[in-house]
Design a protein around this ligand. Structure first.
Ligand SMILES: [Zn+2]
Length: 178
């Protein structure tokens, strides 16, 4: 027995196909209409809206990172975004049993800090100017020179930098890293 599709009924009831009565191949409605211009061409759109990942290459892949021209804070943000550093910091947190090394609070919002040699000191001492140099610097990747801190203790450290400006740093780093 042939199965009837329930849409069959509906269709027959009164829907008229869009091309009813028009024989042959239909062409685009705007074909031949003079003066039609799309408001924004794709090229124009792309020009005004660069791809979301434009300029991010340096942050995502250290080895391809261009020479760094931004400031220390921007460099810091970019380096902290490197997968090797992220992995290292995760390892450190595990070693510290996810416990803040200052107040002893366990869990919560944890961060890692370069200590006793601060991040800024490493940059200065080893004359690091780009991500590549940072990733080949042993001190930067020394797990013994890291400590786990809770967010509020990290904020109180001298090496933390300017917390108020941090929100925009990532975006600025992208611009600077072009
Ligand atoms: Zn703490």
């Amino acid at each position: 027995m042939k199965r009837k599709c329930k849409h069959d009924k509906q269709f027959k009831k009164g829907r008229i196909p869009w091309n009813k009565g028009k024989k042959g191949l239909q062409t685009s409605w705007l074909k031949g209409k003079k003066g039609y211009k799309p408001k924004h061409s794709i090229e124009e759109y792309n020009k005004n809206n660069p791809p979301w990942n434009k300029g991010l290459r340096g942050i995502q892949r250290g080895k391809n990172a261009p020479n760094w021209k931004g400031g220390l804070t921007k460099l810091s943000v970019a380096i902290r975004g490197q997968i090797d550093i992220i992995k290292l910091m995760a390892k450190r947190k595990k070693i510290d049993d996810y416990t803040c090394q200052i107040c002893g609070k366990r869990g919560g919002d944890l961060e890692t800090d370069h200590f006793p040699v601060s991040f800024a000191e490493i940059i200065k001492k080893y004359n690091i100017t780009n991500i590549e140099e940072a990733l080949s610097c042993k001190k930067m990747l020394d797990i013994e020179n890291l400590r786990t801190l809770c967010k509020s203790c990290h904020r109180k450290t001298k090496s933390f930098g300017r917390p108020r400006k941090r929100k925009n740093d990532a975006r600025e780093a992208v611009k600077g890293g072009k």
